[in-house]
Design a protein around this ligand. Structure first.
Ligand SMILES: NC(=O)c1ccc[n+]([C@@H]2O[C@H](COP(=O)([O-])OP(=O)(O)OC[C@H]3O[C@@H](n4cnc5c(N)ncnc54)[C@H](O)[C@@H]3O)[C@@H](O)[C@H]2O)c1
Length: 349
């Protein structure tokens, strides 16, 4: 029986508490939050949990084997490091840390202490993403041409990060999990039309990536959209697939559509032929992804298996976030671009 604790009972913590409570071979024995009112608001979810506002009580307890960390991103590293150093297995919210150096340090300590380090890249554990991976691995899409992702809504403004660090971990973890292609170049631009907590941080970001083997990827992340969209489109030489997380009836649609280019008899002409084949909506398992992730964490503790979303998966995501952030800070600029009326405008990379 794995004895578990959750640190952080704000917006996401209660979802973790609810799902951990469903996992067999696991008892949720403690919860910690600096705010007593947050502890009060979740106590009905599990009568066994002992609440505390003193986080170190959880970290140092001998009667806790594993800790789930759902606190703001800027606190992840110190909390996870302390938990690992006290011999706890750690399941930590996305993104794992705020720098890749911190992430490498956590991976090193987890290896040294022989403890499980797992990051909550929640969507990886969804039935839809498992199906997507099957489709891509089978080669059904052909050569991958592009990966296009949109994640927008009127967002929950995070206290310590911009929209990139809040939303892109979902999409960067999906990209690195689904496609066996190394990103070779990352460029990004962002916009900060509103300020909160006295900070002017990006609430809209566009990220472009070039991938090994020629495919390109684009990510649209936005906290200022009137509609909620969670869509990923992957196009290949044979078929194209769309993953719409919010379309619960048909989360995955495979289109047998594409273009074929043929040289005409007259060799100066190229004919474009469109292929309009079937649309297939495969069956997708609907278990809540967070429950599957929590079960996987307990399974890895019991068996010593490496989690699917281990420290290295977390590191790949943080490296992409760092690259996009560097680009957004305009560390590279393209030369000036001339408009037709010879007025200079600046294009940034
Ligand atoms: N996987 C997902 O889909 C998903 C969704 C939302 C948020 N998250 C992640 O969950 C984490 C938390 O986000 P949130 O929106 O719940 O934040 P939040 O601000 O609503 O909640 C954080 C809670 O942590 C508490 N806290 C802060 N420092 C603490 C400490 N040292 N010890 C004990 N308690 C402490 C705060 O009092 C607060 O109640 C973030 O990493 C975020 O990226 C993940």
């Amino acid at each position: 029986m794995v004895r578990m604790a959750v640190i952080g009972c704000g917006y996401w913590g209660p979802n973790l508490i609810r799902n951990i409570t469903k996992v067999k071979d696991c008892r949720l024995v403690a919860i910690a939050d600096q705010k007593p009112e947050r502890l009060e608001s979740v106590k009905h979810l599990n009568s066994e949990m002992k609440p505390t506002t003193v986080t170190s009580e959880v970290i140092e307890s001998d009667s806790i084997d594993a800790v789930v960390i759902a606190t703001p991103i800027s606190t992840h590293f110190e909390l996870a490091k302390a938990c690992l150093q006290h011999g706890k297995h750690v399941f930590i919210e996305k993104p794992i840390t705020t720098t890749s150096a911190q992430c490498r340090e956590l991976i090193r300590i987890a290896q040294q202490q022989r403890r499980v380090l797992m990051v909550d890249h929640t969507f990886i554990y969804s039935g839809a993403v498992r199906k997507l991976r099957e489709i891509i691995d089978s080669g059904e899409l052909g050569d991958i041409y592009y990966y296009d992702s949109v994640r927008l809504n009127l967002g929950l403004f995070q206290p310590d990060v911009n929209v990139l660090w809040d939303l892109a971990p979902h999409d960067f973890s999906l990209l690195t999990h689904l496609l066996d292609r190394k990103p070779t170049r990352v460029t990004a631009s962002g916009s900060s039309p509103v300020s909160w907590n006295g900070w002017q941080r990006e609430s809209i970001a566009y990220v472009n990536m070039e991938l090994d083997g020629g495919a390109i990827a684009h990510f649209h992340l936005n906290w200022l959209s009137p509609v909620k969209l969670r869509r990923t489109l992957i196009g290949g030489s044979r078929k194209m697939v769309i993953y719409d997380h919010l379309d619960t009836e048909n989360q995955i649609k495979i289109f047998d559509k594409g273009v074929e280019l043929r040289q005409d008899q007259d060799r100066y002409k190229v004919l474009v032929q469109y292929r309009m084949g079937d649309l297939v909506c495969p069956k997708v398992e609907q278990t809540e992804p967070l429950e599957v992730a929590c079960r996987h964490f307990v399974h890895c503790i019991q068996t010593g298996e490496q989690p699917i979303t281990d420290g290295n998966a977390g590191l790949r995501v943080v490296q992409l976030l760092e690259a996009a952030e560097r680009s957004m800070r305009r560390e590279g600029r393209t030369p000036e671009v001339w408009t037709p009326n010879n007025k200079a405008v600046s294009a940034r990379v």
